[in-house]
Design a binder for this molecule. Structure first.
Ligand SMILES: [Zn+2]
Length: 314
């Protein structure tokens, strides 16, 4: 199978595959996706769920699910000297599952610059609130009538940040401040690194899951309180994965047990946080769901020692 992609100019890039589910990932430096559409790959039937957008500052990503065990044979960029454009040609071979699994994974020794390293830390005597605008970049979240959840939630986070900064002793950190993809794992890592006191993830996509109107506050639980919450958590994790997060080598049973213990200690504080937010919304007369307290296995709420909630504004 051969894929070609025309770009306005030659740019640095990398191409690789990921397993579970099988995906083809193309990363580009400084690519403007305006004018690129999903139909681009229409003839390549083995590719589905094509998505593209910002991934890291200065980098864009395109991810597609592979309809079979296709391994990468070659990826070459050629330049059209007259037009100044470039064509990326990717050749994939049909292979077997074992070969695919063996070759899948990001290129070795090629790590993204880690923005976590330069985060501000919590100051003594001050409260650090981490606001987490849902989705971003390649993962738009819910969309309706030209508006996307990722844009709405960033604007919403900015507004809350401004309000919170007026309070004495409160500092605020946003997990993303632009339209770039931030993995769920990284969001949690940022809260940890900054030694956050509170973590609030902001979302607005419950309606597509059949919730009634009004805000809900979600906390972490292995067993979801209701099917809509379970689906919401599942879909968020899936969007994260499809955007290119590599989950290989992340299941550590011992660490899980220890984390569960820590979470049990944090649980009462998380419940107080959820109550305070629901109470605050009530006082302000904000539209609230009939059953505002919900729980599900949201990956973004898995910081064991930081009270974390997901506010779904309905
Ligand atoms: Zn969302």
């Amino acid at each position: 199978m051969t894929l070609t992609l025309t770009l306005s100019q030659p740019v640095p890039y990398r191409v690789y595959t990921l397993d579970e589910p099988r995906r083809l990932v193309l990363d580009f430096r400084e690519v403007d996706w305006a004018g690129v559409s999903e139909e681009l790959f229409a003839e390549a039937k083995a590719l589905t769920s094509v998505r593209f957008g910002g991934f890291r500052p200065g980098w864009s990503r395109m991810v597609a699910e592979l309809g079979g065990a296709f391994t990468l044979r070659s990826a070459e960029m050629s330049r059209d000297d007259q037009r100044g454009t470039a064509v990326l040609t990717v050749v994939l071979d049909t292979s077997d599952e074992a070969t695919f699994a063996d070759r899948a994974g990001p290129p070795k020794g090629d790590v993204w610059p880690d923005p976590v390293a330069s985060l501000p830390r919590k100051q003594t005597g001050r409260v650090l609130v981490v606001l987490d605008p849902g989705h971003g970049g390649i993962d738009p979240g819910a969309s309706r009538e030209g508006q996307t959840e990722k844009e709405l939630m960033l604007a919403f986070a900015r507004e809350i940040e401004e309000e919170l900064r007026r309070l004495p002793n409160v500092d605020v950190l946003l997990t993303r401040t632009d339209d770039n993809f931030v993995s769920l794992e990284r969001r949690v890592a940022m809260a940890h690194q900054a030694e956050a006191d509170i973590f609030i993830s902001l979302h607005a996509d419950a309606l597509s899951e059949g919730h009634a109107h009004g805000a809900t506050v979600h906390t972490l639980a292995d067993d979801a309180t209701d099917e809509a919450s379970a689906l919401l958590a599942e879909r968020h994790d899936r969007a994260d994965m499809l955007s290119g997060t590599d989950l290989t080598g992340q299941d550590d049973v011992v660490a899980d047990v220890l984390l569960d213990l820590a979470r049990q200690e944090t649980q009462p504080r998380t419940e107080r946080l959820a109550k305070a937010i629901v109470g605050g919304l009530e006082i302000k007369g904000a539209p609230l769901n009939r059953r505002p307290y919900r729980a599900a296995a949201f990956s973004v709420l898995k910081a064991a020692d930081i009270p974390s909630i997901l506010l779904e504004i309905g």
